[in-house]
Design a protein around this ligand. Structure first.
Ligand code: AMP
Length: 282
């Protein structure tokens, strides 16, 4: 497995892969890999000849009061796990390599970034769209895989790829969960024993909402209220948002007509966790 740390070397590397006639699948990550990431990579193995991942804790997607400096990192473990699932190459740049002195260009995807995480993290998606566009330009993937766990991120990237006519096929992977239902996340590491139990409220809320919709409930306010009550009665849990939105526009809706997304962000202690589920009326 090859590890490449500079943009110049990566561009030459990609050129050689392409000259061999191989297709490239890219799985962008921030590292500290867990089974969710590895499942995305296994999917990528079947979608292309060359499986590439990136490991980059992208500073531009973190707000000033967020966890950039303490975000968990373990490159040697990531390298070993990637090797086990058949990754061919890892792009592992430094922040200075990606944002050299004088860097000044950012991508703003409008509209769909104005709700959910875009409200509590106002500069987050600008950082995400910018780094993903840069990764696409550097790595030239035919296919790129993103997790539905970060549903709004997926919607933002799809929008950007379509709007900017990028030559990449975006593929979604379903959310991978622990056996007890907690969505896998590098940030789960921050939770202590009691918080780990409290964190299960996110998945319980999703199940409750699916059950209500299956039973005929269509009014989003009724579902939201029940969700807020469940979170309020969970120790150490503080709601950031609970919203039911249109699956493409990410705008809040009053009634579930066909498909909708219930998206949650909840702080468990100091750890902010997100999760989501599709709600289908038929
Ligand atoms: P991250 O390292 O958190 O930036 O995640 C890298 C990619 O893995 C993103 O596309 C995430 O949506 C995806 N991902 C992270 N956790 C999960 C999960 N539990 N299930 C599915 N995809 C995930």
């Amino acid at each position: 497995m090859d590890v490449i740390t500079t943009v110049r070397e990566m561009k030459a590397y990609v050129k050689a892969v392409r000259q061999r006639g191989e297709t490239i699948c890219l799985v962008p990550t921030m590292g500290y890999l867990h089974k969710g990431h590895l499942d995305l990579m296994r999917m990528g193995r079947n979608l292309s000849d060359h499986l590439m991942i990136s490991i980059f804790v992208n500073p531009t997607q973190f707000g000033p009061a967020e966890d950039l400096s303490r975000y968990p990192r373990d490159f040697e473990q990531d390298r070993r796990l990637s090797g086990e699932v058949g990754v061919d190459s890892i792009f592992f740049p430094t922040p200075e390599e990606m944002y050299p002195k004088g860097y000044a260009t950012y991508i703003n995807v409008e509209g769909i970034t104005g709700t959910l995480c875009g409200v509590s993290r106002p500069t987050h998606f600008r950082g995400v769209a910018t780094v993903v566009a840069k990764l696409f330009n550097i790595c030239e993937p035919d296919v790129a895989i993103f997790g539905e766990k970060d549903y709004q991120q997926l919607a933002v990237i799809r929008r950007m790829v379509e709007d900017l006519n990028m030559n990449v096929r975006v593929v979604a992977h379903p959310t991978v969960r622990e056996e007890d239902g907690l969505a896998m996340s590098s940030r789960n590491k921050y939770l202590n024993g009691e918080q780990r139990v409290s964190a299960l409220v996110l998945n319980r809320v999703l199940g409750m909402a699916r059950d209500l919709v299956a039973g005929g409930e269509r009014k989003t306010e009724a579902i939201r209220k029940k969700a807020l009550d469940m979170i309020a009665s969970t120790p150490d849990a503080v709601v950031d948002y609970v919203e039911i939105v249109h699956p493409e526009t990410m705008q809040c809706i009053d009634m579930i007509e066909d498909r909708a997304i219930l998206a949650l962000a909840v702080k468990i202690g100091t750890t902010r966790l997100i999760d989501n589920t599709e709600l289908k009326s038929s």
